[in-house]
Design a protein around this ligand. Structure first.
Ligand code: F6P
Length: 559
């Protein structure tokens, strides 16, 4: 039996952590610039490829000793058996007793993937293939006009009502797949329970040509339920009760609740509990993507994700992109102490990618208790944030370059563009590379002073201003570069981060697939809601909450 099968090997794991910590201490150098001086070709050694996709992590303080230690850590934490169990469809989501088998949605029936459930074993690939075929047929009928609205008009808009994983993934992917060529059906996403969203939908969309998708894994989420009922009322007011069947579809695992809402069975697309909410864009929850971008694009996205699955499953750790991305992240969080992580996609089509990653990474790994029930020994998920480059450069990048916290950045870029403006794309790329270079290189006081002197600036002004123009440099980044951002590479990129998150969860010894941390707020909101009603007796809350509720009610003008 390989030693990894002792899952996890606590002693070896503790030793690996110790080794890693020692590698961040002198005489070991963690100055990235010194590492480049010692080995100018380190970009080749500290990068990995899958076809046209390159991950360059040479602009981090990782050398061979660190990389070896990180892989030892992964092995002793049981990454190999964890990965096997993940792909076997074992119930790796132990606290909910569920598998995490979203991979079955992207590799076709022949992949033969299964998933353990509370009552037996699902033919996950078969179930996924059947549901995808049903989705494809539905999309074809909408696109060819054989399925039309209640008044006989063709659907021109698709309104996706959902939140969290039932919103962020479809929204992000729909933009990624349609911004270049425009959508087939115009997508619209309604997530927040703020009534302005529905008011804007009512103002902007024509109910007669709108197809409404209610996307909710549980079909119990208050925000989605409130918005779905508001959309139903809007549609019924315009077209009558009988139109609901024609205009609504549901994407859910809770088929009983869907039936109660009154959605006709042919418009119900189900999936199983082995697809987590934040991994559900590949499932029927992705119906809006296929309706907006077309089935070929949706299918290509699935293929791209499947290619990453195969790579993650089979590549040795030293060449495995998700594993390397995860391990570099662990080095930054746990050894270097960097508690935030920035993602800058130099592509407007990925403008919602950071928002998607916020849920993927922070809902998955924002945990402080390990699977053994004890507090974790090491910091887990950093704060993830981002914006499209170059916009970010004109807002928060000041802090990333000169702030007191070091924040590693992922730069994401494609070599080719799809908008016919090669010059604009070259400028965009120049900014991406230059940001990473600036973070690495920095600028010394001597350089600043010499530059100012050459411009004829007075000594007094140099003394005053020069310190403010110094960049410490030695700030790490990873560059993710690929040939083109198309549906295939979008799927591959998303799956890259999904597996990164799973690897990190395994090494941290936490469950990446549950999200108990969102529950308390939901329960308290339910308790608190009646206390906001006019004339309600005071609730039993802390002093601050009681006072705020009282003030809210005093300010509120309500009949
Ligand atoms: O509250 C968090 C969460 O459960 C997410 O995990 C999920 O993506 C989101 O709510 C929406 O849940 P549902 O799809 O069941 O409406």
């Amino acid at each position: 039996m390989p030693h990894e099968a002792q899952y996890p090997n606590k002693l070896a794991t503790a030793q690996a952590w110790q080794t890693l910590q020692s590698l961040a201490q002198p005489p070991h150098s963690t100055d990235i610039r010194a590492l480049f001086e010692a080995d100018p070709s380190r970009a080749a050694r500290f990068s990995a490829r899958l076809d046209d996709l390159t991950i360059d992590f040479s602009k981090t303080a990782i050398d061979q000793a660190v990389l070896d230690a990180l892989q030892t850590l992964a092995r002793s934490a049981g990454l190999s058996p964890f990965r096997d169990r993940l792909f076997e469809g074992a119930r790796v989501n132990e606290t909910e007793g569920r598998a995490a088998m979203h991979m079955a949605l992207r590799d076709g029936r022949a992949a033969g993937l299964g998933a353990d459930t509370a009552t037996g074993r699902d033919d996950a690939s078969g179930i996924a293939a059947d549901e995808l075929a049903k989705m494809q047929a539905f999309v074809a009928r909408v696109h060819d006009g054989s399925l039309v609205g209640a008044t006989g008009l063709r659907f021109t808009h698709v309104l996706n009502i959902g939140i969290g994983g039932s919103d962020l993934g479809p929204l992000m992917a729909t933009e990624a797949l349609t911004l270049a060529d425009g959508p087939i059906l115009h997508p619209r996403f309604l997530s927040n329970v703020d009534g302005l969203g529905m008011a804007a939908v009512a103002r902007d969309l024509n109910p007669a040509t709108t197809l409404v998708l209610v996307a909710s894994k549980t079909f119990t989420t208050q925000e989605t339920s409130t918005n779905a009922h508001a959309a139903r009322a809007w549609l019924v007011a315009a077209l009558g009760e009988a139109a609901v069947g024609q205009h609504f579809a549901a994407l859910s695992t809770n088929l009983d609740a869907v039936a109660k809402f009154g959605i006709k069975p042919e418009h119900v697309f189900g999936f199983r509990d082995w697809v987590g909410g934040r991994f559900s864009l590949w499932s029927p929850v992705g119906l809006s993507i296929a309706l907006a971008a077309g089935w070929p694009a949706f299918a290509a996205m699935l293929k791209g994700a499947a290619a990453m699955d195969e790579h993650f499953r089979s590549a040795p750790f030293a060449e495995n992109l998700p594993v390397l991305l995860a391990l570099v992240g662990i080095w930054h969080v746990d050894v270097c102490g960097y508690r935030a992580h920035c993602v800058l996609a130099y592509d407007d089509r990925l403008r919602r990618f950071p928002a998607f990653l916020q849920q993927l990474e922070m809902e998955s790994n924002g945990k402080s208790v390990g699977l053994d029930g004890h507090p974790v020994q090491h910091p887990t998920c950093p704060v993830v944030f981002g914006e499209p480059g170059t916009n970010a450069q004109h807002s928060f990048m000041q802090l990333v370059h000169q702030g007191t916290s070091v924040i590693p950045v992922d730069f994401i870029l494609a070599a080719n563009q799809d908008h016919g403006s090669p010059d604009a794309h070259r400028i965009l790329a120049a900014h991406a590379f230059a940001q990473a270079e600036a973070l690495l290189r920095g600028k010394t006081l001597a350089e600043v002073e010499a530059e100012m002197r050459a411009r004829g600036v007075s000594d007094a002004e140099i003394t005053f201003v020069a310190p403010h123009r110094v960049f410490s440099g030695n700030r790490p980044s990873i560059t993710i570069l690929q040939s083109r951002l198309d549906a295939f590479s979008v799927g591959r990129l998303i799956a890259l981060y999904e597996h990164k998150v799973a690897v990190q969860g395994c090494v941290w010894g936490i469950n990446s697939f549950d999200q108990w941390g969102v529950e308390l707020g939901k329960v308290l909101a339910g308790n608190l809601l009646p206390d906001l009603a006019p004339g309600a007796p005071p609730g039993a809350h802390d002093g601050s909450t009681n006072a705020l509720i009282a003030r809210f009610r005093a300010l509120r003008q309500e009949a």
